[in-house]
Design a protein around this ligand. Sequence first.
Ligand SMILES: [Zn+2]
Length: 248
Amino acid sequence: MQVRTEGIVIRSTDYGEGNKIVTLLTNTHGKAGIIIRGAKKLKSRHGSLSQLFTHGEYLFFRNSGLGTLTHGEIIESHHVLREQLDMTAYSSYAAELVDRALQEEDASAFMFEQLNACLNAFAEGKDLLITTQVFEMKILQAAGYGPEFGECVSCGNTVGTMSLSANSGGILCSRCAYKDAQAIMLGDGALKLLRLYQQLDLRRLGNIQVKEETKLQLKAAMRLLMDTLIGIPLKSRSFLDQMDRYSI
Ligand SMILES: [Zn+2]
């Protein structure tokens, strides 16, 4: 079967003499693995189509399993994302999340658009952390773990200080927070932003100004959600953590 689709390279590995196997997140066929023959040859026309984060149009043959690329055109090479260390680190994390944490049936056209918007936001110089957190929320929602931020998940209370409880899938009010020893208290700013993350389509992400204190709370909150609900150790995540430690 011949497939023509738009895709973004989320994984690229060497295969045999000069070939590459890439995984694409496509806008019509979920995640698709394809062999790109001769991708590593210097003069290969297809070389750039196999690079991580490349957004292109891909034409390939597939019966079952891996497809074989026959033709492709680059829409956006995203080379800036491969050249700057911090952008590379965050983009690698977004790509690895899609590769490892997103189930095949959840790899929708909407998620393709969200990854595309995420990489574009990085390239445009938008806040790397905030952009990544919105993307993490889209992953959680796609995987069926979208948290409840409207009211206390235990008693329905909507007033007072709220804590985030990943174990209960949402927020707990001050009366109920004792039910989860891991719950972390959220300031008004952090809760407001978490609600925004949930509603936001990344294609409409503007420049969000966030106080340092709120950023720290958001960091802890998103980390707790991702570790508890997704819980897959990712190489790119460890690298981000290392970068974080050295920059402080
Ligand atoms: Zn409550």
